[in-house]
Design a protein around this ligand. Sequence first.
Ligand code: P1T
Length: 379
Amino acid sequence: MKFNTKTIHGGQEIDPAYGAVMPPIYQTSTYAQSTPGGHKGYEYSRTHNPTRTALEKSFASLENGKYGLAFASGMAAIDAVIKLLKPGDEVISTNDLYGGTYRLFTKVYEKFGIKFHFIGMENAKHIESYVNANTKLIWVETPTNPMLNIIDIASTANIAKKHDVLLAVDNTFATPYLQQPLNLGADIVMHSATKYLGGHSDVVMGALIVNSPKLAEKLSFLQNASGAVSGPQDCFLMLRGIKTLHLRMQRHCENAKVVAEYLKNHPKIENVYWPGFEDHPNHNTAKSQMRDFGGMISFTTKDNNYDESVRIVERLKLFVLAESLGGVESLSGHPASMTHASIPKEEREKTGVVDSLIRLSVGIEDIDDLIEDLNQALA
Ligand code: P1T
C-alpha cells in the first residue's frame, strides 16, 4: 500500500459489528468476561482498547513498522523509552532538542543514575566518540526543534548497530510523510502526535513505532505498567486527523518554502533556519533522507534583541502566538521564553537558541495572507 492510501486505510478495518467505516469510539474502561479470563481479546482499557488498537495499527502502517503504541502525550512516549534503561546506563542525545525532552532527561532521569551526553550530531564520527560500554541509547531529533538541524539517520544507525546500542528518532517535525526512520535503520520512532499527525491542535498524544517483537513487548509492558495511555475519543480524533496527513504536509511544505524565501530577502532579518536552503549546512542530508523540507522555520532579526522579537510575535495575527506546532493554523513562538525556557540560557545559546529567535509553524492558510501578516508584523 502506498503512503497516501495508508493514511486513510492503514490499520483501519471496517467495524465487524455494524460495518462502521470509521473505527467506533469504544468509550469503555472494561469488558465482560464469561468466565475468569474468558474475553474477546480485551480486558481493561489501560491495557487495550479497540479504538486505540486501530490507531496503533495506523501508526505502525504510516512508519512502515510492525508495532505501534499510543501514549497520553509525546512526553509519555519518551518516558517509556527511557524506562527501558537502568541506573548506570548512558544516553547520547542531540543537543538541540525540544525543551521538555531536555527537562525529562536532566530533571527526572539523571537523579535515577542515567547519564545523558548532549552533543552536536551533524558529524557521525563525533557521535561515535561518545560511545562506551555503558551506552545503551542514541536519541536523535531531526529536524531539530527549534534550530532545524538535520542529522543523518542512516549513518547514526550504522554506529548504533556497530556498538549494539538502540537508536530512537523523534520524527515529530518531519512526520512519516517526509521521512521514515525505521527504513533508515532506526530501532524506535517516536512522535509527539499532538503536532502534524493529529494536525488540528485538538489532541495531546504520543506514539512509538518499532519493528522488533522483543522491543514491542517491553514497551507495551511499560505502557500498561505505567499507564500513560491515550483515551478512545482522542484516538478517534487522531485517526480522523491522520486521514489528511499527506495533503496537509504537502501544503505545509509549499507554504513554508515561500515564507522561508520571503524572510531570507527581508532587510530586517539576519538568519533564517530552514533545511530547504541550498546553503543550509545539512541541506544534502535533508535532501537524501526527506521527501521535502517541512513546515517549520526559525529566524533571528538584525536587531538581535529580545524585546523586538517579542514585539514581532505580539504583532502577528494569523500566526497565533502559542506553544505547539503542526496544526492546520499557523503559529509563532519565542523559544527562549516558551518551549525552550527549561534549558539553561548558556546551554540553549550554544545551539543558537538566542533570545531573539522566533519559530514559525507555517500552516495551510492562503500563502498571500500569511505573507501579508509577516509584512505588517515586521514593518
Ligand atoms: O507535547 P507532547 O505531545 O508531550 O510532545 C513533546 C514533544 C516531543 N518532541 C518534540 C520534537 C516536540 O516538539 C514536543 C512538543 N513540542 C512543543 C510543545 C513545542 O511547541 O515545541
